[in-house]
Design a binder for this molecule. Structure first.
Ligand code: AMP
Length: 337
């Protein structure tokens, strides 16, 4: 553990982190966990602030989880600034940071070189027979949307979140609905595997011009950033068109939003409308809340592209800004299923 200027305890081993949490719990304190990959922005900090209302102490984890990235993805260039993150977390009232170096046992291959197979998609970890090999999957919910184009993604997410849950033993875990499918998948995992944890999903924080905040926005060029606004404009168009009854079919909505993004130069990964709770298919926009989810690539300032995701819930009873009440309803639905 190291205590820096900001006085925020930073734990780098599972044992130290767990010992600290257990001490808090022994003193009768309720613990909340906010898992992140760092390079924090106001969206992350909104989760910390909400977590403080749900618990006595808040732990934020910062870990760029290798197992949720495929070999061709942006693990190596994912933005990182842990020193700055700690200052921001302290200012937001966080109580401790978990910053492990690695959460996976990776035994290096014998005889030096990696032999071509040792560095695999399971997070650049070794393929040595004594290395990490246990993974958690949520079979159906992980398939659509991001699961289609990133087949390793939710397996990596569920595995690392399971590990974080076991290490931090939180009473409450707070996620953002920016990663809507991730939130649904984690709710399902918690229900199905009997984690004694309340999962909270919070609304998307946006820049004043509508762009959903994301650590990856830092990799956009100024021009790409402008073009990327087509995503939130598409979502706002859909909200209005559906509310006014101007479009009634999911495929019409998807086609128009896709056109808006492609017209701005984005390369669409998916634009899909699914049941907002179970992510199953929908045929109409009036009988249930419908998730409109988008993923699209825009050129990066350095090399390659930046993949951005965003979403909104159409036909949501009450408030489209997705207050916490609805999340808890979602959670209850999960528990009842
Ligand atoms: P990440 O560091 O991108 O893995 O995100 C960590 C957590 O912050 C996840 O639960 C995200 O859904 C959440 N998050 C990221 N961006 C936003 C945002 N713009 N608004 C609200 N939550 C967010």
């Amino acid at each position: 553990m190291s205590v820096e200027d900001h006085k925020l305890p930073v734990f780098t081993t599972a044992a130290d982190m767990r010992a600290w949490v257990r001490k808090q719990k022994k003193s009768g304190r309720k613990v909340a966990l906010v898992p992140t990959m760092g390079y924090l922005h106001e969206g992350h900090l909104s989760l910390v602030k909400a977590a403080k209302e749900k618990a006595d102490v808040v732990v934020a984890s910062i870990y760029v989880n290798p197992t949720q990235f495929a070999a061709h993805e942006d693990f190596d260039v994912y933005p990182r600034n842990p020193a700055d993150d700690r200052v921001k977390l302290a200012a937001a009232g966080c109580h401790a940071v978990f910053e492990p170096e690695s959460l996976y046992v990776a035994v290096p291959p014998s005889g030096g070189g990696d032999g071509g197979e040792s560095s695999n998609v399971v997070g650049r970890e070794s393929n040595h027979p004594d290395s990490h090999e246990t993974f958690v999957t949520v079979e159906r919910l992980q398939r659509p949307l991001c699961g289609g184009s990133r087949p390793h993604f939710f397996r990596g997410v569920c595995t690392v979140v399971t590990k974080l849950f076991h290490i931090c033993e939180p009473d409450v875990a707070v996620f953002g609905r920016k990663d809507y499918q991730q939130w649904r998948v984690i709710c399902r995992m918690v229900r199905d595997l009997d984690f004694p944890i309340e999962v909270v999903g919070l609304p998307i924080c946006r820049e004043p011009d509508g762009l959903a905040m994301s650590s990856r926005n830092a990799r956009l060029s100024a021009e790409s950033r402008d073009r990327a606004l087509s995503i939130s404009r598409g979502l706002r168009w859909a909200e209005q068109a559906v509310a006014e009854g101007a479009v009634t079919r999911p495929d019409e909505v998807a086609a128009h939003v896709r056109e808006m993004i492609e017209g701005a130069g984005g390369k669409v990964d998916y634009v899909e409308l699914l049941h907002a709770h179970n992510l199953g298919p929908v045929n109409d926009l009036t009988s249930q809340p419908v998730l409109l989810a988008v993923a699209a690539h825009f050129p990066a300032r350095d090399r390659g592209t930046v993949r951005l995701i965003d979403n909104t819930v159409l036909n949501e009873i009450g408030n489209t800004q997705q207050g916490r009440g609805e999340q808890e309803e979602g959670q209850q639905q999960d528990q009842q299923e």
